[in-house]
Design a protein around this ligand. Structure first.
Ligand SMILES: Nc1ncnc2c1ncn2[C@@H]1O[C@H](COP(=O)(O)OP(=O)(O)OP(=O)(O)O)[C@@H](O)[C@H]1O
Ligand SMILES: [Mg+2]
Length: 254
């Protein structure tokens, strides 16, 4: 049986106002319960694609988008889509963790409170679940009322992940989430991704080729807005079909 893709990207092109064509005719199918990696050199369009998936691209005026992005068969780019609901279903974690100036606990439950949840038992449950899923619970369970700013950089990054997870999204987008982290914290975030894919669809721009190779179930290689190759992580990193992918993954690029 062929799995139904969670996300279908169909002939997507994105052009910014200044004429920069950051994605050109990209088509990819993304499966649930896998880690899908978007990688390639700077300026290739990876962040643009990630941001399009939950319509953060709306925030850049006069961006011209053509093509379709289907989430469970529905076009997220269509007029009339409830963008708030979409961003709850498709959560984003950024490179720089930016905790809110409040306690660890408050940071995790903030989104749920904004969404109107008032029951303390429900908030506590979601907080613990989010922190556990982000592999942070054991480190902060006795510090829930400390300011989030007192956590280490690696803990703050996992706190931002927990904040997204507490909203119970279906898809998690991560843009270089470990770029500022030491190897141990990086290892913890990578390990938590392996757990997360049991329940979610994970799409990530890794911070290095080595990380891409470690975590990818499937990987897409981008060069200057073009999708060069999309295949299983094993194929891309050990037997790529395109010469340009091979040059890049073997470090012969440039
Ligand atoms: N807000 C914007 N306005 C204009 N051009 C933009 C904007 N954001 C990105 N671009 C351009 O779109 C192209 C793709 O950028 P994008 O950030 O998606 O690349 P990337 O693959 O994530 O790169 P990096 O590895 O450096 O993060 C680049 O040429 C970039 O300059
Ligand atoms: Mg980027």
């Amino acid at each position: 049986m062929v799995a139904t893709p969670k996300i279908v990207i169909d002939r997507l092109s994105i052009q910014y106002d200044d004429g920069t064509e950051s994605l050109r005719d990209v088509s990819i199918e993304i499966l649930a319960n896998e880690v899908t990696v978007l990688f390639g050199p700077a300026g290739g369009g990876k962040s643009t694609l990630l941001r399009a998936l939950n319509r953060l691209t709306d925030l850049v005026p006069r961006t011209h988008i053509t093509g379709r992005i289907l989430l469970d068969g529905e076009d997220v780019l269509a007029d009339g889509v409830d963008v708030v609901r979409l961003r709850r279903r498709v959560g984003m974690v950024f490179a720089q963790p930016i905790p809110l100036p409040m306690s660890v606990r408050q940071n995790v439950i903030y989104g749920l409170e904004l969404a109107g949840e008032k029951r303390k038992s429900r908030l506590d449950e979601a907080m613990e679940q989010g922190l556990r899923a982000a592999a942070l619970w054991d480190e902060v369970k006795d510090r829930l009322h400390d300011p989030a700013s007192a956590l280490s950089g690696g803990q703050q990054q996992r706190l931002c992940l927990a904040r997204v997870l507490a909203l119970e999204p279906e898809v998690i987008l991560l843009d270089e989430p470990t770029s500022g982290l030491d190897p141990i914290s990086t290892g913890k975030v990578e390990a938590s991704l392996q757990d997360l894919k049991q329940a979610y669809t994970v799409v990530i721009v890794p911070h290095s080729i080595q990380q891409a190779a470690r975590i990818a179930d499937r990987a897409a290689f981008f060069l200057q807005g073009e999708l060069i190759e999309y295949a299983s992580g094993k194929t891309i990193f050990t037997a790529p079909k395109d010469k340009r992918t091979e040059d890049y993954v073997t470090g012969r690029f440039g």
